[in-house]
Design a protein around this ligand. Structure first.
Ligand code: HEM
Length: 348
């Protein structure tokens, strides 16, 4: 059988590649698991998403009722929905942990700039999954949070109104928005994520796992197969334990059906991963000198996002020296901002 497959597929090269793949062993090796955990949670998303698709209906008259049906009448439907929702949040969290570990281990540096950029795209797509999926149950909170989110998009100068109209499929959040978000969530985003994942993982294979600049010379290496892979499996098993416990002990709620004619409930806020920019915009006064406050905030976020995306390019000086302290400082500052403003946005 092996010889038959070998002759047709030529697997010797793959086996050879895996046999020589190694992972550096140092005090921060555990952070290498987070890319894999993010990948594992994405696979869970795809599997549970396909199960939800068997019953879900993307229209304003049926969406809420179909989710209610999944939760009350379909065997283990409540668990599948709860796992899908919890896993979405955990996946975004682990993607952020993975990104910050890449920053603090300085793994973005030459020649891994494209690995970093493809990672940024994956993070944006993961946030897009969260934003589009949030509306699908068509409940009060998701409806009004989508209104707030698309209003923020509308405030972007020049392209904003067109962008908001494109997202909503009209002037306001309604049935067209739901159908559109469903299309993004189950077709457009999965296709894009698959493409960028292939690029990301292909680049990781091409360059191997980086060695941090401050690691000792001749840092020991662990074979990827089976040593690192078995450890990674343990990490996935732990992630599954956390996910299963959260989903079973704190089942995801459905709330009340959205009523577009009702006034927005007090204290409406987006998902936790959008809280920091949301709360910052709330703090900015309506006018700063002659400029509209919201515009100023959005311009600030745009500038921050571009500098973060371009990190691998300003991390190295013209003389080719890596600015480790500057990058670590920027990483700590961004992490502190996100943590503090998300917490404030949640509790205020
Ligand atoms: C959201 C989905 C993502 C998935 C599924 C994913 C997956 C992975 C995996 C499996 C690895 C190899 C193991 C590891 O180093 O952890 C990896 C490495 C890497 N990722 Fe990601 N990643 C994602 C997002 C990101 C983001 C947001 C960034 C940064 C902006 C990023 C940048 C990198 C870099 C630079 C490496 C190489 C690390 C090294 O060589 O040490 N990734 N990713």
């Amino acid at each position: 059988m092996q010889a038959w497959l070998e002759e047709r597929l030529g697997l010797e090269g793959v086996r050879e590649f895996i046999a020589h793949k190694t992972v550096p062993v140092h005090s921060a090796t555990m952070w290498y698991y987070f890319g894999g955990i993010t990948l594992f949670l994405f696979v869970i998303q795809v599997l549970t998403g396909i199960l939800l698709l068997l019953y879900y209906r993307p229209t304003p008259t049926e969406a809420y009722e179909s989710v209610q049906f999944i939760m009350t009448r379909v065997s283990f439907g409540w668990l599948v929905r709860s796992v899908h929702s919890w896993s979405a949040n955990l996946m975004i969290l682990t993607a952020f942990v993975h990104m910050f570990s890449v920053v603090f281990l300085h793994a973005y540096r030459r020649p891994r700039e494209l690995t970093w950029l493809s990672g940024i795209v994956l993070l944006a797509l993961a946030l897009g999954f969260g934003f589009s999926g949030y509306l699908l149950p068509w409940n009060t909170i998701s409806y009004f949070a989508t209104k707030v989110g698309t209003d923020m998009a509308a405030a972007v100068p020049w392209a904003g109104p067109a962008l908001a109209r494109f997202l909503r499929g009209g002037e306001d959040v309604g049935g067209a928005t739901l159908t559109r978000f469903f299309g993004f969530h189950v077709a457009v985003l999965p296709a894009l994520v698959t493409m960028f994942l292939l690029v990301h993982l292909g680049l990781v294979q091409k360059f191997g796992i980086s060695i941090p600049p401050n690691a000792p010379r001749n840092v020991p290496q662990m074979p990827f197969a089976p040593n690192f892979f078995l450890r990674e499996l343990m990490a996935w098993y732990a992630a599954l334990g956390v996910l299963g416990s959260l989903a079973a002990l704190f089942p995801w709620e459905l709330g009340a059906k959205a009523d577009p004619f009702a006034p927005a409930p007090a204290g409406i806020r987006p998902e936790w991963y959008f809280l920091a920019p949301f709360y910052t915009l709330k703090l900015i006064p309506s006018h700063v000198l002659f400029i509209e406050g919201e515009l100023l905030g959005l311009a600030g976020f745009g500038l921050l996002a571009v500098s973060w995306i371009m990190l691998p390019f300003w991390a190295t000086s013209r003389a080719g020296m890596l600015r480790t302290r500057l990058v670590t400082g920027a990483g700590v500052a961004l992490l502190a901002y996100l943590a503090v403003f998300s917490a404030l946005g949640y509790w205020r």
